[in-house]
Design a protein around this ligand. Sequence first.
Ligand code: ZN
Length: 319
Amino acid sequence: MRVNISNNVTKQAIKDACTAYKNFFRGLQKFLGFKSKKRSMPKFYQDNVKIRFSNTHIKFEGFSSGRKANKKMNWVRLAEHGRIPTNAKYMNPRISFDGLNWWISVCVEFPDCRETLNDDGVGIDLGIKDLAVCSDGTKYKNINKSRKVKKLEKQKRRLQRSISRSYEKNKKGESYCKTNNVIRKEKLLLKRNHRLTNIRKNYLNQTISEIVNRKPRFICIEDLNVSGIMKNRHLSKAVQAQEFFGFRKQLEYRCSDKGNQLIVVDRFYPSSKLCSCCGNIKKDLKLSDRVYRCACGNMIDRDFQASINLKTYGEKFAG
Ligand SMILES: [Zn+2]
């Protein structure tokens, strides 16, 4: 691919720096981090007037898939067909490279598509055994326990060991020599990592959109003390793989988009210790007790009860 960078790219970089400084002096942002060739993701801007999409191709300014130097404007093939609307007003297009693929992200305006919501709300209990248990009885499994993810994790670990062994073998005194074989393996590892994050992200997004598409009036979740759980070394890895923080961020974004009210419960609310029938608080509930047994005769799955408690809590505060 031949690249002649448009002058707008360098202009936009300076404009970006300007807005970053402005945000810093207004106190909206921390002081800007400087880009490094080693760590930063290569990214650049594309003029939104000059960009054009067809169902299969994209037209850049200064990009060309042909070999001739004078082919300044050309169409580049897209991997996903029909993803981006062809006749729309585009805003702030950016092109980035993640080590394997080139990506384009573009902002497109849509008319407001808010629908009327149900009267009912939903409580969601997040956990490690299942990703989410909803108060309407639906369960979403933990994707990290599926066979596909486990297999990929194993492949990843094996590759990491192999790379580390190769590095040790090619050690010359203090410095390391990066052979072609190592470069090949590192690229393979990158592919595995991308595949894993894509599977997890996709599952998270599908789960959230399924919940939001049922149009509940409010959604009630627990404010998880993630950094507290991370200190527990038996759980930290499983918690990290579940990406609770990403779940909440995505849920916040979807709720503000669709108009659902999101209620976050204080982390000291005893959602799993409370009996949903008589209101008794069971203080000696262990993490291994999967079934909650109360003196009033209530016997219920622990996570399901937590989600019901979250829902009743949400009903008090929902507007
Ligand atoms: Zn009870």
